[in-house]
Design a protein around this ligand. Structure first.
Ligand code: OOB
Length: 567
């Protein structure tokens, strides 16, 4: 693939990677330490401490496997040694693409302990995305499942390895064939493992929902991410009695840290891993394990609400249902407490940092109608107009934010800054270091945020983010596509789905042929447009750009006719 950046034949050194990850300015680093946000504990050290504190208490349940804190810590050491034996060392990048399984949690901490840097891909990603991550970060290893959801990850990995000489290892959970079996790596010797990384070091990369042609990597450090866990544990009241069901894909920021699996471990609670988020499987686990808390995206929450009354499962242990990732309409929010017999917590977060929660004991109307407030007293949030001037309280504007766990910049991929240019970061952050979230919000007088819309060129497909430009670029590679504009179409269930407007040259291709083409290029399924519209010309804005507003309007007319801003 030529469109995903420079081909690297040599693996970047840690220093080269660090140089591509913008750091917080010295005065803010100092401030966040002084304020007690950053507490100088790495994730490797954190798990060691938790093992000493909680010993045999169960940390993790995966099917029939129950691992105590101490046993988890020991497995992490054994895997870290094994990974080290294969040559994986401090600073090496390792793309992890696993479904919800105990191996994910073990691998994650083993890499943290080595100071290697996981890149957290989603199980839904395909060759295009995974190759891109491996390429831009010059990853040494890729960790996959053998098969999951009917997809053979080994075949994908082989194809990627052929393209990328820097990708030395493919490690497989399950049947590895000629690749490296995960289970063979555990090294039970007592070889010491020093906790090499420091708390101010890079810890891993999350993925951005993105607005650009290729997905962006989000560098996170031990210090800032750990602080986001501390605040989440507080806001979500995680205690050793918490039993948290990981229903969403575990590598996403929401089930990872809000409070997610990392926050629940930090709070001494118990994790129950669900292989899939379906009501059938999850309700059975809630009943069996007496789950107290879980996190869902709105479409799944609605599915659970529809299923619960007929399911006959005992959900009485469930105390908190968190919903986030996309806007939960207030009508659905109102159904949560009566239908599931639990409290709702709305979560408005982003992999780049800022997380907002409604309070567990907030007035019910506030919980049902807002997306919460920033979890840290040190979060700086501003609602601004197009010229970055503050909008009066109660008005709607662009949300920009800065704080102790919001990144100061994206990873600058090789090829992006060849001209000393860092154009994307300059667009995505203000001169003062505020991240432009791309969300349009209203700030209420009591400091709560209501998400009113979006000004980023992205589709939020029930919590899954699709960058329009990425899909447009892929479509343009088809010989019959002259131009393409990808927009959101409203949908009752997912909130939005992906729709592509296409100008063709020559014969108009069948929609199914275009969808097949995109899948064959290795694009994740959730990004493939579910509707194609063929036009002779695009509607234009005053300055001659494609008017996505007009395109969306065409689609929305079937729904409602609210006016919207152009972009
Ligand atoms: C979470 O993270 P991302 O990085 O997948 O997506 C962030 C974007 C936000 O900028 C916003 O556009 C949208 O997703 N979003 C919401 C929302 N939560 C996220 N829009 C409306 N209402 C909400 N409650 O999605 C994420 C990360 C951590 C915790 C929760 C969600």
């Amino acid at each position: 693939m030529t469109d995903s950046g420079t081909a690297l034949t040599q693996r970047a050194t840690l220093d080269e990677i660090v140089a591509r990850c913008p750091d917080y300015p010295a005065e803010r680093r100092h401030l966040y330490r002084q304020q007690g946000c950053w507490q100088d504990e790495t994730f490797g050290a954190m798990l060691r401490r938790l093992a000493a504190e909680h010993g045999e208490r169960v940390a993790l349940v995966d099917g029939e496997l129950r691992l105590g804190y101490r046993a988890l810590d020991a497995r992490v050491d054994a895997l870290a040694r094994g990974l080290r034996n294969t040559g994986i060392a401090r600073g090496d990048r390792v793309v992890i693409q696993l479904p919800n399984c105990h191996e994910f949690v073990i691998a994650c901490f083993a890499l943290f302990r080595l100071g290697a840097l996981p890149i957290f891909a989603l199980p839904a990603h395909r060759r295009f995305e995974i190759e891109h991550f491996c390429r831009v970060a010059s990853a040494r290893a890729l960790l996959i499942a053998d098969r999951h959801g009917g997809f053979d990850y080994r075949a994908m990995a082989r194809a990627i390895q052929q393209q990328l000489p820097t990708l030395e290892q493919v490690i497989v959970c399950g049947e590895a064939e000629e690749l490296t079996p995960f289970a063979s790596l555990y090294d039970e010797t007592a070889e010491p493992l020093d906790d090499v990384p420091q708390a101010q070091d890079l810890a891993f990369f999350q993925l951005s929902g993105g607005t650009t042609g290729v997905p962006k990597l989000i560098p996170r450090r031990h210090d800032d991410y750990r602080y986001s866990l501390v605040e989440s544990v507080r806001a979500c009241n995680v205690t050793p009695d918490t039993v948290y069901l990981v229903a969403l894909p575990i590598s996403h920021n929401f089930p990872m840290s809000s409070p997610g699996f990392l926050g629940v471990l930090l709070g001494g609670g118990r994790l129950v891993l669900a292989p899939r988020p379906s009501p059938d499987e999850c309700f059975a686990l809630i009943e069996r394990e007496r789950v107290t808390m879980t996190a869902l995206v709105p479409p799944l929450a609605m599915l659970w609400l529809d299923s619960a009354p007929h399911a006959g499962a005992d959900l009485s242990s469930l105390d908190i249902l968190q919903v986030g990732g996309a806007k939960l309409v207030s009508e659905a929010a109102r159904r949560v407490a009566p239908t599931l017999g639990c409290r709702l917590q709305q979560v408005f977060g982003m992999a780049e940092g800022l997380v907002n929660y409604t309070g567990l004991d907030d007035p019910i109307e506030l919980i049902n109608t807002t997306q919460g407030r920033p979890m840290s007293p040190y979060d700086e949030v501003r609602v601004v107009d197009d010229d970055d001037r503050p909008v009066p309280i109660g008005g709607v504007g662009h949300l920009i934010t800065r704080g102790p766990y919001t990144i100061p910049g994206y990873f600058i991929a090789p090829g992006e800054d060849d001209a000393g240019d860092n154009a994307h970061n300059r667009r995505a952050f203000t001169a003062e270091g505020f991240y432009r979230t791309g969300d349009r919000v209203q700030l209420t007088p009591d400091g709560y945020l209501i998400v009113e819309g979006r000004d980023k060129d992205q589709i939020n497909r029930g919590g899954e983010k699709v960058a329009a430009e990425e899909v447009e670029n892929q479509l343009l590679a088809h010989e019959a596509v002259h131009d393409a504009a990808v927009v959101a179409m409203p949908d009752d269930y997912l909130g939005e789905r992906v729709c592509a407007f296409v100008l063709t040259r020559g014969a108009v291709p069948k929609p199914a042929e275009l969808a097949r083409f995109l899948r064959a290029r290795g694009l994740a399924d959730y990004k493939v447009p579910e509707r194609f519209e063929f036009l002779d010309a695009f509607p234009q804005t005053g300055v001659g750009k494609i008017s996505k507003k007009a395109l969306r309007q065409t689609l929305r007319e079937q729904w409602f006719t609210a006016p919207e801003e152009d972009n």
